[in-house]
Design a protein around this ligand. Structure first.
Ligand code: B1M
Length: 209
């Protein structure tokens, strides 16, 4: 019988074959995909983050762990994004310019899709003008910004100012997230909301719409 901890361990070890197999087994045991995501994948990546911070893991190991996580995500994603649910609204999301971190953003996307939102992913290192252009093009109701570096957090403020300065899209609701952020910081840059994790991001998106 597979356990959440087995999945978390496979992620930490960077074993992408085991991460897929254990995810599959957990689902076969009737476990809800959201629980597999939260208790296995996110729990494993949390440990990776802590060990990296403590210099107990290095960048190549972190990337291998991320690969194992993506392998498991490929199985969960179609289950979380139920196409038969009518869309709750369109959310455009991306990691701000200068920032290449996307593991957390991708989790947020999976959870939002699982909750019935249509999500357009602009990827990483997204220039401010691109956010503005894409919000207009896709008539997104919510714009989501992710940043993992203290050096890229201020870029969120630039994006928010650019959106607010454009009459056509100035009322777009903007949510922000990423490990170094706080509610106070989000308030200080004029964001409409801040979510500390993927589950809260879903609650926040529901509130904002
Ligand atoms: Co980077 N990195 N990294 N890194 N990396 C951090 C963020 C760091 C804290 C590690 C450390 O030193 N302790 C540190 C930042 C320090 C700082 O700014 N104060 C750091 C650094 C310094 C760097 C480099 C500069 C290292 C170097 O090259 N010297 C470099 C920068 C590259 C760049 O972006 N320009 C770099 C590179 C990398 C890798 C490429 C190796 C890799 C990224 C791979 C990838 O994303 N595809 C990486 C990783 C993996 C990390 C750590 C270990 C883990 C991040 C992660 O994925 N966490 C990280 C250490 C840590 O966080 N403890 C670290 C797991 C993920 C599930 O959590 O992303 O927080 P998180 O997402 C959460 C919430 O924050 C929230 O929900 C998510 C799910 O619950 N959330 C949102 C996120 N976005 C949201 C958006 C929302 C709402 C909620 O609404 C829109």
């Amino acid at each position: 019988m597979a356990k959440y901890q087995d999945l978390a361990d496979a992620i930490i070890k960077g074993d992408n074959i085991a991460s897929k197999e254990i995810t599959q087994k957990l689902l076969e045991q009737g476990i809800n995909p959201v629980e597999v995501l939260n208790e296995g994948l996110i729990a494993g990546m949390d440990v990776v983050g802590k060990r990296f911070k403590a210099n107990e893991m290095y960048i190549p190991e972190v990337l291998i762990a991320a690969r194992a996580m993506h392998a498991a995500m490929d199985i969960l994603k179609p289950l979380l994004a139920k196409s038969d649910i009518p869309s709750r609204g369109t959310i455009l999301i991306g990691t701000v310019e200068g920032d290449l971190h996307d593991i957390g953003k991708n989790l947020v996307i999976m959870m939002l899709e699982g909750a019935g939102f249509t999500v357009i992913d602009l990827g990483i290192d997204v220039p401010t003008e691109k956010f503005v252009e894409e919000v207009k093009k896709n008539k997104a109701q919510v714009l989501g910004l992710s940043a993992l570096l203290t050096t890229t957090m201020p870029v969120m403020k630039d994006v928010i100012e650019a959106v607010r300065a454009d009459d056509e899209i100035k009322n777009t609701r903007i949510m922000v997230g990423g490990a170094p952020l706080t509610q106070d910081y989000a308030d200080s840059i004029g964001a409409d909301g801040y979510a500390p994790d993927a589950s809260s991001a879903v609650d926040l998106a529901k509130e904002l719409l």
